[in-house]
Design a protein around this ligand. Structure first.
Ligand code: FES
Ligand SMILES: [Fe+2]
Length: 463
Protein backbone atom coordinates (compact mmCIF):
# COMPACT_ATOMS: atom_id res chain seq x y z
CA UNK A 1 0.00 0.00 0.00
CA UNK A 2 1.22 3.47 -0.75
CA UNK A 3 1.83 5.54 2.33
CA UNK A 4 1.18 9.20 1.69
CA UNK A 5 2.31 12.17 3.68
CA UNK A 6 0.34 15.35 3.29
CA UNK A 7 2.33 18.56 3.44
CA UNK A 8 0.92 22.07 3.43
CA UNK A 9 2.91 24.67 1.56
CA UNK A 10 1.69 28.24 1.15
CA UNK A 11 -1.89 27.21 1.66
CA UNK A 12 -1.68 24.33 -0.84
CA UNK A 13 -2.14 20.77 0.35
CA UNK A 14 0.56 18.66 -1.24
CA UNK A 15 1.26 14.98 -0.97
CA UNK A 16 4.49 13.05 -1.05
CA UNK A 17 4.64 9.46 -2.14
CA UNK A 18 6.54 8.06 0.81
CA UNK A 19 7.17 4.80 -1.02
CA UNK A 20 9.72 6.59 -3.18
CA UNK A 21 11.62 8.92 -0.85
CA UNK A 22 14.07 11.19 -2.56
CA UNK A 23 12.24 10.94 -5.86
CA UNK A 24 12.87 14.03 -7.98
CA UNK A 25 9.18 14.04 -8.89
CA UNK A 26 7.69 17.13 -7.21
CA UNK A 27 5.10 16.86 -4.51
CA UNK A 28 1.56 16.51 -5.67
CA UNK A 29 -1.34 18.76 -4.92
CA UNK A 30 -4.10 16.32 -4.10
CA UNK A 31 -7.24 18.30 -3.56
CA UNK A 32 -8.18 21.94 -3.82
CA UNK A 33 -10.17 23.93 -1.32
CA UNK A 34 -13.09 25.94 -2.65
CA UNK A 35 -11.03 29.06 -2.10
CA UNK A 36 -8.16 27.70 -4.20
CA UNK A 37 -10.53 26.60 -6.95
CA UNK A 38 -11.99 30.11 -7.01
CA UNK A 39 -8.53 31.64 -7.15
CA UNK A 40 -7.70 29.58 -10.22
CA UNK A 41 -10.96 29.97 -12.10
CA UNK A 42 -12.27 33.50 -11.47
CA UNK A 43 -10.81 35.67 -14.19
CA UNK A 44 -12.63 39.01 -14.16
CA UNK A 45 -10.96 42.37 -13.46
CA UNK A 46 -9.74 42.61 -9.88
CA UNK A 47 -9.83 38.88 -9.13
CA UNK A 48 -6.47 37.43 -8.00
CA UNK A 49 -6.45 34.82 -10.77
CA UNK A 50 -7.55 37.34 -13.36
CA UNK A 51 -4.83 39.76 -12.33
CA UNK A 52 -2.25 37.00 -12.71
CA UNK A 53 -3.50 36.07 -16.21
CA UNK A 54 -3.37 39.75 -17.22
CA UNK A 55 0.43 39.71 -16.85
CA UNK A 56 0.82 37.55 -19.99
CA UNK A 57 0.29 37.96 -23.72
CA UNK A 58 -2.83 35.99 -24.67
CA UNK A 59 -4.26 35.13 -28.10
CA UNK A 60 -7.56 36.93 -28.59
CA UNK A 61 -8.54 36.46 -32.25
CA UNK A 62 -7.33 35.05 -35.54
CA UNK A 63 -5.97 37.54 -38.07
CA UNK A 64 -8.40 36.08 -40.60
CA UNK A 65 -11.21 37.56 -38.48
CA UNK A 66 -9.79 41.06 -39.02
CA UNK A 67 -7.57 40.77 -42.09
CA UNK A 68 -5.29 43.58 -43.19
CA UNK A 69 -6.99 45.71 -45.79
CA UNK A 70 -5.46 45.66 -49.22
CA UNK A 71 -7.12 48.64 -50.84
CA UNK A 72 -10.85 49.06 -50.39
CA UNK A 73 -12.63 49.39 -47.08
CA UNK A 74 -11.17 48.62 -43.66
CA UNK A 75 -12.43 45.33 -42.20
CA UNK A 76 -15.47 45.40 -39.93
CA UNK A 77 -14.54 45.76 -36.24
CA UNK A 78 -14.81 42.54 -34.24
CA UNK A 79 -16.65 42.37 -30.90
CA UNK A 80 -14.83 40.19 -28.37
CA UNK A 81 -15.26 39.09 -24.79
CA UNK A 82 -12.00 38.13 -23.07
CA UNK A 83 -11.34 37.71 -19.32
CA UNK A 84 -14.88 38.88 -18.64
CA UNK A 85 -14.35 42.20 -20.45
CA UNK A 86 -16.32 43.32 -23.49
CA UNK A 87 -14.00 44.71 -26.13
CA UNK A 88 -13.78 45.67 -29.77
CA UNK A 89 -10.84 44.82 -32.00
CA UNK A 90 -10.41 47.05 -35.05
CA UNK A 91 -7.86 48.31 -37.54
CA UNK A 92 -7.52 51.97 -38.31
CA UNK A 93 -7.03 53.18 -41.88
CA UNK A 94 -3.29 52.62 -41.54
CA UNK A 95 -3.96 48.97 -40.69
CA UNK A 96 -2.86 49.31 -37.06
CA UNK A 97 -4.81 47.04 -34.68
CA UNK A 98 -6.50 48.50 -31.63
CA UNK A 99 -8.23 46.73 -28.74
CA UNK A 100 -10.50 49.01 -26.73
CA UNK A 101 -13.55 48.74 -24.49
CA UNK A 102 -16.70 48.08 -26.47
CA UNK A 103 -18.95 50.54 -24.63
CA UNK A 104 -18.45 54.12 -25.72
CA UNK A 105 -17.19 56.38 -22.93
CA UNK A 106 -19.94 58.87 -23.75
CA UNK A 107 -23.16 56.96 -23.13
CA UNK A 108 -22.24 53.36 -23.60
CA UNK A 109 -23.27 52.47 -27.16
CA UNK A 110 -21.56 49.45 -28.73
CA UNK A 111 -18.52 50.63 -30.69
CA UNK A 112 -18.24 47.43 -32.73
CA UNK A 113 -21.07 48.82 -34.89
CA UNK A 114 -19.03 51.97 -35.45
CA UNK A 115 -17.33 53.36 -38.55
CA UNK A 116 -13.60 53.23 -39.18
CA UNK A 117 -12.74 56.71 -40.43
CA UNK A 118 -10.73 59.85 -39.71
CA UNK A 119 -7.93 58.00 -37.93
CA UNK A 120 -10.00 55.88 -35.59
CA UNK A 121 -13.30 54.23 -34.73
CA UNK A 122 -16.33 56.52 -34.65
CA UNK A 123 -19.33 55.75 -32.46
CA UNK A 124 -22.62 55.66 -34.37
CA UNK A 125 -24.62 57.29 -31.59
CA UNK A 126 -23.14 60.82 -31.33
CA UNK A 127 -19.97 60.49 -33.36
CA UNK A 128 -17.22 60.42 -30.74
CA UNK A 129 -14.00 59.17 -32.31
CA UNK A 130 -11.33 56.95 -30.68
CA UNK A 131 -7.88 55.94 -31.89
CA UNK A 132 -6.23 52.52 -31.46
CA UNK A 133 -4.83 53.60 -28.08
CA UNK A 134 -8.28 54.51 -26.75
CA UNK A 135 -7.64 58.27 -26.96
CA UNK A 136 -10.70 60.33 -27.73
CA UNK A 137 -9.94 62.39 -30.84
CA UNK A 138 -13.26 64.12 -31.45
CA UNK A 139 -16.46 64.93 -29.57
CA UNK A 140 -18.87 66.43 -32.08
CA UNK A 141 -21.58 68.38 -30.31
CA UNK A 142 -19.34 69.75 -27.57
CA UNK A 143 -18.83 73.54 -27.61
CA UNK A 144 -16.16 74.94 -29.90
CA UNK A 145 -12.82 75.08 -28.10
CA UNK A 146 -13.80 72.43 -25.55
CA UNK A 147 -10.90 70.31 -24.29
CA UNK A 148 -13.18 67.74 -22.66
CA UNK A 149 -12.01 65.17 -25.23
CA UNK A 150 -8.51 65.30 -23.72
CA UNK A 151 -9.84 64.00 -20.41
CA UNK A 152 -11.81 61.10 -21.84
CA UNK A 153 -10.19 57.80 -22.56
CA UNK A 154 -11.58 54.48 -23.62
CA UNK A 155 -10.07 51.40 -21.87
CA UNK A 156 -7.40 50.04 -24.20
CA UNK A 157 -4.90 47.20 -24.19
CA UNK A 158 -1.63 46.37 -25.92
CA UNK A 159 -2.34 44.36 -29.05
CA UNK A 160 -0.12 42.90 -31.75
CA UNK A 161 -0.06 40.29 -34.49
CA UNK A 162 2.13 37.20 -34.61
CA UNK A 163 1.82 33.97 -36.57
CA UNK A 164 -1.65 34.79 -37.88
CA UNK A 165 -3.02 35.57 -34.43
CA UNK A 166 -3.77 38.76 -32.49
CA UNK A 167 -2.19 38.71 -29.05
CA UNK A 168 -3.13 41.14 -26.29
CA UNK A 169 -1.77 41.92 -22.86
CA UNK A 170 -4.27 43.19 -20.30
CA UNK A 171 -1.86 44.06 -17.53
CA UNK A 172 -0.90 47.44 -16.09
CA UNK A 173 2.21 49.27 -17.24
CA UNK A 174 4.57 48.23 -19.98
CA UNK A 175 3.71 44.78 -21.37
CA UNK A 176 6.38 42.08 -21.19
CA UNK A 177 8.05 40.52 -24.21
CA UNK A 178 6.09 38.08 -26.31
CA UNK A 179 7.81 34.75 -25.58
CA UNK A 180 9.96 33.62 -28.45
CA UNK A 181 8.16 30.38 -29.28
CA UNK A 182 9.51 28.16 -32.01
CA UNK A 183 6.27 28.35 -33.99
CA UNK A 184 6.87 32.07 -34.60
CA UNK A 185 10.00 31.21 -36.56
CA UNK A 186 8.64 28.96 -39.30
CA UNK A 187 7.22 30.15 -42.64
CA UNK A 188 3.46 30.71 -42.70
CA UNK A 189 2.79 27.60 -44.76
CA UNK A 190 4.48 25.47 -42.08
CA UNK A 191 1.89 26.61 -39.57
CA UNK A 192 -1.75 25.80 -38.94
CA UNK A 193 -4.06 27.76 -36.62
CA UNK A 194 -7.67 27.53 -35.62
CA UNK A 195 -9.87 28.32 -32.64
CA UNK A 196 -12.70 26.48 -30.91
CA UNK A 197 -15.42 27.66 -28.57
CA UNK A 198 -15.78 25.78 -25.27
CA UNK A 199 -18.56 26.03 -22.73
CA UNK A 200 -16.47 25.65 -19.59
CA UNK A 201 -13.73 27.28 -17.57
CA UNK A 202 -10.40 27.73 -19.33
CA UNK A 203 -8.68 25.74 -16.59
CA UNK A 204 -10.41 22.44 -17.15
CA UNK A 205 -9.95 22.87 -20.89
CA UNK A 206 -6.23 23.27 -20.44
CA UNK A 207 -5.96 20.51 -17.87
CA UNK A 208 -7.26 18.13 -20.53
CA UNK A 209 -3.89 18.58 -22.24
CA UNK A 210 -2.02 17.56 -19.12
CA UNK A 211 -3.35 14.05 -19.13
CA UNK A 212 -1.30 11.34 -20.85
CA UNK A 213 -3.74 8.46 -20.37
CA UNK A 214 -7.11 9.67 -21.64
CA UNK A 215 -6.30 9.19 -25.37
CA UNK A 216 -6.29 5.43 -24.89
CA UNK A 217 -9.91 5.55 -23.80
CA UNK A 218 -11.56 8.75 -24.96
CA UNK A 219 -9.97 8.90 -28.43
CA UNK A 220 -9.79 5.17 -29.09
CA UNK A 221 -10.89 3.68 -32.41
CA UNK A 222 -12.29 0.17 -32.17
CA UNK A 223 -10.67 -2.56 -34.20
CA UNK A 224 -11.90 -2.44 -37.80
CA UNK A 225 -13.04 1.16 -37.28
CA UNK A 226 -14.57 2.78 -40.36
CA UNK A 227 -13.74 6.29 -39.16
CA UNK A 228 -10.08 5.52 -38.67
CA UNK A 229 -9.75 4.37 -42.26
CA UNK A 230 -11.37 7.56 -43.53
CA UNK A 231 -9.11 9.93 -41.59
CA UNK A 232 -6.18 11.63 -43.23
CA UNK A 233 -3.45 9.42 -41.75
CA UNK A 234 -0.95 11.54 -39.89
CA UNK A 235 -1.25 11.27 -36.17
CA UNK A 236 -2.97 7.95 -36.17
CA UNK A 237 0.34 6.41 -37.11
CA UNK A 238 1.60 6.72 -33.58
CA UNK A 239 3.90 4.08 -32.28
CA UNK A 240 1.61 2.90 -29.52
CA UNK A 241 -1.82 2.42 -31.08
CA UNK A 242 -2.40 -0.85 -29.24
CA UNK A 243 -1.29 0.38 -25.86
CA UNK A 244 -3.87 -0.45 -23.24
CA UNK A 245 -3.81 1.38 -19.93
CA UNK A 246 -5.92 -1.40 -18.44
CA UNK A 247 -2.96 -3.73 -18.91
CA UNK A 248 0.02 -1.41 -18.41
CA UNK A 249 -0.14 1.65 -16.19
CA UNK A 250 2.06 4.34 -17.75
CA UNK A 251 4.72 5.84 -15.56
CA UNK A 252 4.16 9.59 -15.37
CA UNK A 253 6.60 12.21 -14.12
CA UNK A 254 6.47 15.97 -14.05
CA UNK A 255 9.11 18.57 -13.37
CA UNK A 256 9.01 22.31 -12.92
CA UNK A 257 10.67 24.34 -15.68
CA UNK A 258 11.22 28.12 -16.01
CA UNK A 259 8.26 28.27 -18.41
CA UNK A 260 5.95 25.85 -16.58
CA UNK A 261 5.96 22.07 -16.36
CA UNK A 262 7.48 19.32 -18.47
CA UNK A 263 5.65 16.02 -18.34
CA UNK A 264 6.98 12.58 -19.16
CA UNK A 265 4.84 9.55 -19.90
CA UNK A 266 6.55 6.15 -20.09
CA UNK A 267 4.56 3.50 -21.93
CA UNK A 268 6.07 0.06 -21.36
CA UNK A 269 4.87 -1.26 -24.67
CA UNK A 270 6.93 -4.44 -24.93
CA UNK A 271 9.46 -6.45 -22.91
CA UNK A 272 12.21 -4.91 -25.06
CA UNK A 273 11.34 -1.25 -25.21
CA UNK A 274 9.46 1.64 -23.69
CA UNK A 275 7.91 4.54 -25.60
CA UNK A 276 8.39 7.90 -23.92
CA UNK A 277 6.47 11.02 -24.79
CA UNK A 278 7.13 14.43 -23.31
CA UNK A 279 4.83 17.42 -23.39
CA UNK A 280 4.72 20.77 -21.62
CA UNK A 281 2.47 23.10 -19.70
CA UNK A 282 3.39 26.69 -20.47
CA UNK A 283 2.37 29.41 -18.01
CA UNK A 284 -0.35 30.38 -17.58
CA UNK A 285 -2.86 28.63 -19.87
CA UNK A 286 -1.05 26.85 -22.70
CA UNK A 287 0.15 23.35 -23.43
CA UNK A 288 2.57 22.01 -26.03
CA UNK A 289 1.42 18.55 -27.04
CA UNK A 290 1.71 16.07 -29.87
CA UNK A 291 -1.03 16.18 -32.45
CA UNK A 292 -2.58 18.57 -34.89
CA UNK A 293 -1.73 18.21 -38.57
CA UNK A 294 1.91 17.48 -37.76
CA UNK A 295 3.66 14.10 -37.81
CA UNK A 296 5.13 13.10 -34.44
CA UNK A 297 8.59 14.54 -33.89
CA UNK A 298 8.35 17.18 -36.64
CA UNK A 299 6.97 20.14 -34.70
CA UNK A 300 4.04 20.12 -32.33
CA UNK A 301 0.75 21.69 -31.33
CA UNK A 302 0.29 24.53 -28.84
CA UNK A 303 -3.16 24.90 -27.31
CA UNK A 304 -3.96 28.20 -25.61
CA UNK A 305 -7.13 28.12 -23.49
CA UNK A 306 -8.13 31.77 -23.18
CA UNK A 307 -11.01 32.73 -20.88
CA UNK A 308 -13.99 34.45 -22.42
CA UNK A 309 -15.27 34.66 -18.86
CA UNK A 310 -15.32 32.33 -15.86
CA UNK A 311 -17.37 29.65 -17.61
CA UNK A 312 -16.46 29.87 -21.32
CA UNK A 313 -13.22 29.92 -23.22
CA UNK A 314 -11.57 29.87 -26.62
CA UNK A 315 -9.05 27.20 -27.41
CA UNK A 316 -6.52 28.58 -29.89
CA UNK A 317 -4.67 25.71 -31.54
CA UNK A 318 -1.44 26.48 -33.36
CA UNK A 319 0.60 23.71 -34.91
CA UNK A 320 3.84 23.98 -36.81
CA UNK A 321 5.95 21.63 -38.86
CA UNK A 322 9.69 22.10 -38.93
CA UNK A 323 10.54 20.38 -42.18
CA UNK A 324 7.93 21.62 -44.61
CA UNK A 325 4.42 22.88 -45.30
CA UNK A 326 1.48 21.58 -43.31
CA UNK A 327 -0.59 18.96 -45.09
CA UNK A 328 -3.41 21.15 -46.42
CA UNK A 329 -5.95 18.33 -46.67
CA UNK A 330 -5.53 17.51 -43.02
CA UNK A 331 -5.60 21.18 -42.01
CA UNK A 332 -8.81 21.73 -44.00
CA UNK A 333 -10.37 18.66 -42.42
CA UNK A 334 -9.62 19.96 -38.95
CA UNK A 335 -10.85 23.49 -39.67
CA UNK A 336 -14.07 22.18 -41.20
CA UNK A 337 -15.25 20.59 -37.97
CA UNK A 338 -16.45 23.93 -36.63
CA UNK A 339 -19.12 26.29 -37.89
CA UNK A 340 -18.15 29.68 -39.35
CA UNK A 341 -18.19 31.13 -35.82
CA UNK A 342 -15.79 28.46 -34.53
CA UNK A 343 -18.34 26.39 -32.64
CA UNK A 344 -18.85 22.64 -32.68
CA UNK A 345 -21.99 21.21 -34.28
CA UNK A 346 -21.62 18.51 -31.62
CA UNK A 347 -22.14 20.22 -28.27
CA UNK A 348 -23.81 19.74 -24.87
CA UNK A 349 -27.19 20.87 -26.22
CA UNK A 350 -27.42 17.80 -28.45
CA UNK A 351 -25.37 15.49 -26.22
CA UNK A 352 -22.52 15.65 -28.73
CA UNK A 353 -24.73 13.64 -31.14
CA UNK A 354 -23.51 10.52 -29.43
CA UNK A 355 -24.38 7.40 -31.43
CA UNK A 356 -24.63 4.20 -29.43
CA UNK A 357 -24.42 2.06 -32.59
CA UNK A 358 -21.18 3.76 -33.63
CA UNK A 359 -19.92 3.02 -30.14
CA UNK A 360 -20.26 -0.72 -30.77
CA UNK A 361 -18.24 -0.90 -33.95
CA UNK A 362 -16.31 2.26 -34.64
CA UNK A 363 -15.28 4.66 -31.87
CA UNK A 364 -15.01 4.24 -28.12
CA UNK A 365 -16.96 7.46 -27.50
CA UNK A 366 -19.66 7.21 -30.15
CA UNK A 367 -19.00 10.89 -30.89
CA UNK A 368 -17.30 10.67 -34.26
CA UNK A 369 -13.61 10.58 -35.05
CA UNK A 370 -12.53 14.11 -34.11
CA UNK A 371 -10.39 14.33 -30.98
CA UNK A 372 -11.22 17.95 -30.07
CA UNK A 373 -14.90 17.02 -30.00
CA UNK A 374 -14.15 14.20 -27.56
CA UNK A 375 -12.08 16.64 -25.51
CA UNK A 376 -14.89 19.17 -25.42
CA UNK A 377 -17.26 16.48 -24.09
CA UNK A 378 -14.73 15.48 -21.40
CA UNK A 379 -14.05 18.99 -20.18
CA UNK A 380 -17.45 20.65 -20.65
CA UNK A 381 -19.42 17.94 -18.89
CA UNK A 382 -17.40 18.47 -15.70
CA UNK A 383 -19.55 21.59 -15.32
CA UNK A 384 -19.10 25.28 -16.13
CA UNK A 385 -16.46 25.35 -13.38
CA UNK A 386 -15.38 21.93 -12.22
CA UNK A 387 -15.79 21.38 -8.48
CA UNK A 388 -12.22 20.44 -7.64
CA UNK A 389 -12.99 19.92 -3.97
CA UNK A 390 -14.55 16.61 -4.98
CA UNK A 391 -11.99 15.15 -7.36
CA UNK A 392 -9.30 12.57 -6.61
CA UNK A 393 -6.08 13.02 -8.51
CA UNK A 394 -4.04 9.87 -9.05
CA UNK A 395 -0.42 9.16 -9.90
CA UNK A 396 -1.06 9.85 -13.59
CA UNK A 397 -2.24 13.37 -12.71
CA UNK A 398 1.13 14.64 -11.54
CA UNK A 399 1.24 17.22 -14.31
CA UNK A 400 -2.13 18.63 -13.29
CA UNK A 401 -1.17 18.98 -9.64
CA UNK A 402 2.12 20.67 -10.45
CA UNK A 403 0.42 23.05 -12.89
CA UNK A 404 -2.03 24.12 -10.18
CA UNK A 405 0.74 24.61 -7.69
CA UNK A 406 2.60 26.86 -10.13
CA UNK A 407 -0.54 28.88 -10.87
CA UNK A 408 -1.31 29.37 -7.17
CA UNK A 409 2.24 30.51 -6.55
CA UNK A 410 2.04 32.83 -9.57
CA UNK A 411 -1.10 34.43 -8.13
CA UNK A 412 0.78 35.02 -4.92
CA UNK A 413 3.70 36.51 -6.88
CA UNK A 414 1.40 39.07 -8.46
CA UNK A 415 -0.31 39.84 -5.15
CA UNK A 416 3.10 40.56 -3.66
CA UNK A 417 4.20 42.77 -6.54
CA UNK A 418 6.45 40.36 -8.45
CA UNK A 419 6.26 39.19 -12.04
CA UNK A 420 5.09 35.56 -12.18
CA UNK A 421 7.11 32.84 -13.98
CA UNK A 422 7.48 33.14 -17.77
CA UNK A 423 6.88 36.89 -17.79
CA UNK A 424 10.00 38.23 -19.46
CA UNK A 425 11.03 41.85 -19.83
CA UNK A 426 14.64 41.76 -21.02
CA UNK A 427 15.58 40.28 -24.40
CA UNK A 428 18.33 38.26 -22.77
CA UNK A 429 15.68 36.61 -20.57
CA UNK A 430 13.61 35.56 -23.56
CA UNK A 431 15.71 32.43 -23.79
CA UNK A 432 13.97 30.54 -21.01
CA UNK A 433 12.32 28.36 -23.56
CA UNK A 434 14.97 25.68 -23.53
CA UNK A 435 13.22 22.39 -22.99
CA UNK A 436 9.86 23.64 -24.24
CA UNK A 437 8.65 21.13 -26.77
CA UNK A 438 7.30 17.72 -27.47
CA UNK A 439 9.38 14.60 -27.99
CA UNK A 440 8.83 10.92 -28.63
CA UNK A 441 11.53 8.35 -28.03
CA UNK A 442 11.68 4.59 -28.03
CA UNK A 443 14.11 3.54 -25.33
CA UNK A 444 15.33 0.19 -23.99
CA UNK A 445 12.96 -1.31 -21.43
CA UNK A 446 13.88 -0.75 -17.82
CA UNK A 447 15.44 2.68 -18.21
CA UNK A 448 14.42 4.91 -15.30
CA UNK A 449 13.23 8.48 -15.57
CA UNK A 450 16.53 10.01 -14.31
CA UNK A 451 18.48 7.80 -16.72
CA UNK A 452 16.27 8.87 -19.59
CA UNK A 453 16.65 12.55 -18.72
CA UNK A 454 20.40 12.16 -18.58
CA UNK A 455 20.81 10.19 -21.79
CA UNK A 456 18.42 12.28 -23.87
CA UNK A 457 19.33 15.61 -22.25
CA UNK A 458 20.55 17.15 -25.51
CA UNK A 459 17.39 16.30 -27.39
CA UNK A 460 15.12 17.40 -24.54
CA UNK A 461 16.92 20.74 -24.24
CA UNK A 462 16.89 21.42 -27.97
CA UNK A 463 13.15 20.95 -28.31
S1 FES B 1 -22.62 56.97 -26.98
FE1 FES B 1 -20.95 57.01 -28.30
S2 FES B 1 -20.88 59.02 -29.01
FE2 FES B 1 -22.50 59.03 -27.62
FE1 LIG C 1 -7.62 14.62 -25.83
Amino acid sequence: MIDRKVVTLNGCDLVDDVRSPGSPTPRRLVMLSQEQNDLLTRVGPGTPGGEMLRRYWLPIALVQELPPQEGGDPPAPVPLRILGEDLVLFRDQQGRPGLIGIHCAHRGADLSYGRVEDGGLRCLYHGWLYDVHGRCLEQPGEPAGSTFYERVRQPSYACREAAGVFFACFGPGEPPLLPDYELFHVPDEHRWIHKYYHECSYLQGNEGNLDPTHPFFLHRFLSGSRSLQSRVPINDQRRTPAYDTRVHAPRVHAEEMPFGVRMYAFYDTSPEWTDVRTSCFVMPLTCAVGGGPVPPGDGYLMNWHVPIDDTHHWRFSMAFKRTGPIDRAHARERASITTADYRFPRNPNNRYLQDREEQKTDTFSGMGPIFVVHDSYATETAGPIQDRTREHLGAVDRGVSLERRMLLHAIRDVQEGRDPPHVMRRPEDNVQLEGLGVTEHRIPAGLTWPQYRREWAGDLAAR
